[in-house]
Design a protein around this ligand. Structure first.
Ligand SMILES: NC(=O)c1ccc[n+]([C@@H]2O[C@H](COP(=O)([O-])OP(=O)(O)OC[C@H]3O[C@@H](n4cnc5c(N)ncnc54)[C@H](OP(=O)(O)O)[C@@H]3O)[C@@H](O)[C@H]2O)c1
Length: 261
């Protein structure tokens, strides 16, 4: 993992202020150089957040606001599998947006399955667990409640014409439902369930990433834990039902355990 600081980046001052809606929150976003990552960075910048862009991209990430001014951010290079290296950085973070993902349309080889499971599900889950551990160990005084936003996708419950993408996103969604039973005591967890928007991952998307990012922040401002943005009306009915059913079932048939020594 490299910490590459473009000329616009400055060291982040001490954290403070509420996580959403007022200046000062430290927001880290994975998949920062993707379509939604960039759109979310711009939206959070407009709310006065201090930004950490987590990206596989080694070139300086140049981002401008609607007025054409550069968006200040700290760029940190990483890739799926390097979650543990982010631990010191996560100690500074108030809101972690787990947003990275791949979608290899039409593929079903062992290598493609491994990549989809690793990037879309396991890496995202490891980051979630790591962030929860870091937050549990750091002093809470003077900080807003830490939040994690997990971008699972509508593919959790709907076809996406991409089997490995669906399988890996469903796994992430199910793991999130199970682990939220314990982790919600430490973290505010928000699940992002998005329909198709245009990006490298989905060139056929009907929504724009910028509009989706605006809707995500709007619903987060309403204090929604389940954030759904899609033109598909079924998802607004099925996703809350799926989340509730999992919560009840997993809560009934599993129990919390003390952390491993
Ligand atoms: N587009 C859609 O229709 C849609 C719908 C629902 C949900 N989503 C979800 O939204 C998220 C963002 O997707 P997007 O549509 O904005 O696609 P995108 O533009 O392709 O962005 C995805 C980003 O994920 C990061 N990434 C890919 N492989 C990685 C790896 N091995 N390690 C770490 N990061 C990796 C890359 O970010 P860097 O370039 O910064 O490294 C990449 O740009 C994904 O989780 C996707 O599943 C998308």
């Amino acid at each position: 993992m490299a910490d590459s600081s473009p000329s616009s980046a400055a060291p982040l001052p001490a954290a403070g202020g509420p996580a959403l809606g007022s200046p000062g929150a430290v927001v880290a976003i994975t998949g920062a150089n993707g379509a939604l990552g960039r759109a979310l960075l711009r939206r959070w910048h407009a709310r006065g957040a201090r930004l950490i862009a987590l990206t596989t991209c080694e070139e300086p990430l140049a981002l401008n606001d609607p007025a054409g001014d550069p968006v200040p951010l700290r760029q940190v290079c990483w890739r799926a599998g390097q979650e543990a290296l982010l631990e010191p950085l996560l100690a500074e973070v108030d809101v972690l947006v787990i947003n990275h993902g791949v979608n290899r349309l039409g593929r079903r080889s062992a290598a493609a399955a491994e990549e989809a499971l690793e990037v879309n599900a396991l890496s995202a889950w490891r980051l979630l667990e790591l962030f929860a551990r870091v937050v549990a160990q750091r002093p809470a005084a003077g900080r807003p409640r830490a939040e994690v936003w997990v971008n699972t996708s509508e593919a959790e419950i709907q076809p996406a014409l991409s089997p490995l993408y669906e399988i890996s996103k469903r796994l992430l969604g199910e793991l999130l439902s199970l682990r939220a039973l314990d982790l919600a005591a430490t973290l505010r967890i928000r699940r992002l369930v998005l329909g198709p928007f245009r990006s490298a991952l989905n060139p056929y998307g009907v929504m724009s990433a910028d509009w989706v990012a605006g809707e995500i922040l709007r619903q987060a401002g309403w204090n929604c834990g389940l954030i759904v943005v899609t033109p598909n009306p079924l998802t607004y009915v099925l996703m809350p039902l799926a989340a509730l059913t999992r919560r009840l079932y997993y809560g009934l048939v599993s129990r919390p355990e003390p952390p491993a020594a």
